[in-house]
Write a new protein. Structure first.
Length: 312
């Protein structure tokens, strides 16, 4: 195992725990992972990055906390959520759900976010990226997640720039998503220069890696309860919106040097540190002020002009 592989594995252990962090309002029954049939995904487009190398377990879905989760994703897709043409601003966002690269929170950190963005006039595209393989049976999956959670408690989190290593399949999927959106810009009434990305937890890590280690060049990025440790920020880094809760059991007790790094590079950054909210709050209705992250993000997009049609 290379040093980079070891680092990434430790981060994945930490992020995988997010699937075990229940929303404050969830009942014991809602906590239980319940297998479901793979739901219809109308409009989903295969990204053409191929099947996950060496995969043996097939894609499956389960329900937990009142939301749907996908796991063992072997073929990446992108699902468009397009705004009413009368409201469309021309800006677009690729939405990357989290789940420790073992599962994807498709509703809370994917479809629900995309629908809310489309209602504001932003074209949104949910990326279902390929995942690391987990046991095919639900009991085995639950055991593996519990083991990862225990490992997360023992292992330190490496710096954010090194944590992005060895995400080759996911980065290929993200780059393909940007290519697809830009290639269909005319069809989807999107400005190819105004395509950003937002991610949650592991999806936030993927978002940062896409912005800083590929040629995808997001116009802006959103990092919602992802790692915020120090990293090298290039002079052309995109504007960044970041949000996390101080009581986040994974990253809330760590440093937030990434914000200082962004400022030191003289790049635009907005940071919201909520007193409460835990990890994985996403679009769940909660009584904590972290629920306001989406309105804050929308206001930030508006401040940067992404809610307005671009002058011709």
């Amino acid at each position: 195992m290379t040093p980079f592989t070891s680092l990434t594995r430790r981060v994945a252990l930490s992020l995988a725990a997010c699937a075990l962090v229940a929303p404050a309002w969830a009942s014991a029954q809602e906590d239980k992972m319940t297998p479901i049939a793979i739901p219809a995904q109308p409009g989903a487009i295969e990204l053409g990055t191929g099947s996950l190398p060496g995969a043996t377990a097939k894609e499956s879905w389960h329900r937990q906390y009142g939301s749907n989760f996908a796991r063992n994703v072997t073929v990446a897709t992108l699902t468009p959520f397009l705004p009413d043409p009368a409201k469309a601003s021309g800006a677009a966002i690729i939405v990357a759900p989290g789940g420790g690269f073992r599962t994807l929170s498709m509703d809370n950190e994917g479809y629900d976010v995309a629908k809310a963005l489309a209602a504001r006039g932003i074209a949104a595209f949910v990326i279902k990226y390929r995942l690391n393989q987990t046991p095919a049976d639900m009991a085995g999956f639950e055991r593996s997640m519990a083991e990862m959670f225990a490992g997360a408690a023992r292992n330190p989190l490496p710096a954010a720039n090194r944590a992005a290593m060895n995400l080759a399949p996911q980065l290929e999927d993200a780059k393909a998503a940007f290519r697809l959106v830009r290639s269909r810009a005319a069809q989807w009434h999107v400005d190819p220069d105004r395509v950003g990305m937002i991610g949650f937890s592991a999806g936030a890590m993927l978002t940062m890696a896409t912005a800083l280690s590929t040629d995808a060049k997001p116009a802006f990025v959103g990092n919602v309860y992802g790692p915020l440790g120090t990293m090298t920020v290039p002079a052309d880094a995109p504007p960044m919106f970041a949000a996390i809760a101080a009581d986040d059991p994974l990253f809330g007790g760590r440093d937030f040097k990434l914000i200082d790094d962004w400022r030191a590079a003289k790049r635009p950054v907005e940071f919201h540190l909520y007193e409460q909210g835990g990890h994985g709050f996403g679009m769940y209705p909660k009584k904590t002020t972290s629920t306001g992250w989406f309105e804050a993000f929308a206001a930030w997009l508006k401040m940067h002009g992404y809610m307005d049609k671009k002058a011709q």
